[in-house]
Design a protein around this ligand. Structure first.
Ligand SMILES: [Zn+2]
Length: 189
């Protein structure tokens, strides 16, 4: 693997000082600022979609435990769990992390995003978009699985792929496939 500069990997390797609150084989939690802690997986993953399920579950469990312990110690009344997933979302360190911010009433922390009042039509359109995306993802996964099982037949697969790509689902189908969507939701590798 290529050695890359990473602030969090340096903390894990103890090349950089951090006020560590918790550490086990998979995760590390340290204080970033007063009333802010950061939880990181010990392996270097950039975004959440790359973190294996068990590592993610472990990290969230550890974060939850430490947060409950700290809650009273810090005189918190609430907490925000923030993940900056991707540069467009404000991620500045190339290592996936969960920020926990301990809150109190009127603490002046302004955590707001633009709110709109979407019409039912807009919501439905958005739902269709997402469901179509999920269906295509599942179809792709199924196809990949089939291809893994079967010997490769490259000539026959091209037209089938194109046809599937153009497939769209009408609004009437959204409700029908809702169950399917939930059951078939597959995490990206
Ligand atoms: Zn790293």
């Amino acid at each position: 693997m290529v050695e890359k500069m990473c602030e969090y990997c340096d903390i894990i390797a103890q090349k950089k000082t951090a006020h560590v609150l918790y550490e086990d084989e998979q995760s590390l939690i340290f204080i970033k600022n007063p009333k802010q802690i950061i939880s990181i997986p010990k392996q270097h993953y950039i975004i959440m979609e790359q973190v294996p399920e068990e590592v993610l579950a472990h990290l969230f469990n550890a974060t939850s435990k430490i947060s409950s312990i700290l809650f009273e110690a810090l005189g918190a009344e609430g907490s925000n769990f923030i993940i900056h997933n991707g540069v467009a979302a404000g991620q500045t360190t190339d290592h996936f992390s969960v920020n926990t911010i301990f809150r109190a009433s009127n603490d002046g922390f302004n955590f707001a995003w633009p709110t709109t009042k979407p019409s039912q039509d807009e919501l439905l359109k958005n739902q269709e978009q997402i469901v179509n995306g999920l269906m295509q993802l599942n179809e792709k996964k199924e196809e990949e699985k089939k291809n893994e099982d079967k010997p490769k037949e490259p000539q026959e697969q091209e037209p089938e792929k194109k046809e599937r790509k153009e497939k769209r689902y009408s609004r009437e189908h959204v409700a029908e496939i809702e169950d399917y969507r939930i059951r078939q939701l597959i995490r990206m590798p």
